[in-house]
Design a protein around this ligand. Structure first.
Ligand code: SF4
Length: 306
């Protein structure tokens, strides 16, 4: 659930199903083979599953913008970049061409591109700059929600950080951002909340501040991700993620987990609420909660005997 004013990071390895999740939200899953079999997707109280195609197109054009991994999916190679941004602005605002051009230049400057480049074509930009143009187009729609799927490939570190800052500003204006990335470090840069995804499922969800203290992270995969951060020594996790179409029984992380127990191989762990909107799907958390409950019972019993 992405509230107004927040950036949520959906973080996980390639092949975990992050893009599929985004496509499902947008109603863009190729069907067949894609199909939503369970659950609900709502946007501002409306079911995105039950609305008509016409209504969905309207929402996607006006209220939700998606930034795809490959900028050329969104850019028209035969149009100057300013014209592409102006087209989007004039779709939403009744303003003159001159005013729209001025706004397009401002948006380009906002994403770090000089206005002198406004009349260039996409092929005259580097990959990272093209992606920045796509971000400018997404902002031009004035959506309520931006879904950014791996928005920074091809950008150098400074440009990537600038893009994160753009998302932060957009969220601070009362909108929402769902940032999809395999890069935990990037998500930590901007997100308020991080959802860790592995093999098609959420394994942990926590406030970004919890990531400052490793002891607060509860799922072994989240901890492994955290230990792989550059500042923490790049500790690589052995093994590979299972293919989501061919998951083992039980916890999908079990084949790589040093703490795996018998039950982990047999049953999928449930989500355990850990307080303060923090939750994780791990049998270790279930065990800890059971032990804590037993201790509480013992204390209560001892108290009643006194
Ligand atoms: Fe490891 Fe078991 Fe937790 Fe899965 S449920 S992460 S295998 S301890």
């Amino acid at each position: 659930s992405v509230p107004r004013g927040a950036v949520y990071g959906l973080v996980g390895p390639n092949g975990a199903g992050k893009t599929t999740t985004a496509m499902a939200i947008m109603g863009l899953l190729p069907s067949p083979p894609g199909k939503i079999t369970d659950g609900e997707i709502t946007f501002c109280g409306k079911s995105m599953i039950k609305i008509s195609d016409k209504e969905r197109r309207k929402i996607l054009g006006e209220e939700i913008s998606m930034i795809f991994q490959d900028p050329m999916t969104s850019l028209n190679p035969s149009m100057r970049v300013a014209d592409q941004i102006m087209e989007m602005i004039r779709l939403h605002k009744k303003i003159s061409k001159h005013e729209a051009y001025e706004m397009a230049c401002q948006l380009l400057e906002m994403v770090g591109i000089k206005r002198e480049r406004a009349k260039d074509y996409p092929h005259q930009f580097s990959g990272g700059m093209k992606q920045r143009v796509v971000i400018a187009i997404a902002l031009a729609c004035r959506p309520k929600l931006i879904i950014a799927d791996e928005p920074t490939p091809g950008m150098d570190l400074a440009l990537a950080k600038q893009a994160m800052q753009d998302f932060r500003t957009f969220a601070d204006d009362g909108n929402g951002v769902l940032l999809i990335t395999h890069d935990l470090e990037l998500a930590l840069e901007v997100a308020d909340r991080i959802v860790v995804f592995y093999a098609g499922t959420t394994v942990e969800e926590a406030k970004v501040t919890d990531f400052a203290d490793e002891t607060l992270l509860r799922h072994p995969y989240t901890r492994a991700l955290h230990e792989a951060l550059p500042g923490r020594g790049f500790a690589a996790l052995p093994g590979t993620q299972p293919y989501v179409k061919d998951l083992p029984s039980g916890c999908p992380f079990a084949p790589r987990c040093e703490s795996a127990m018998k039950i982990c191989l047999q049953k999928m762990p449930p989500y355990v609420e850990l307080g303060d909107n923090h939750r994780a799907a791990c049998w270790l958390c279930v065990q800890e909660q059971m032990k804590a409950a037993e201790k509480n019972n013992e204390k209560t019993e001892a108290g009643s005997h006194e």
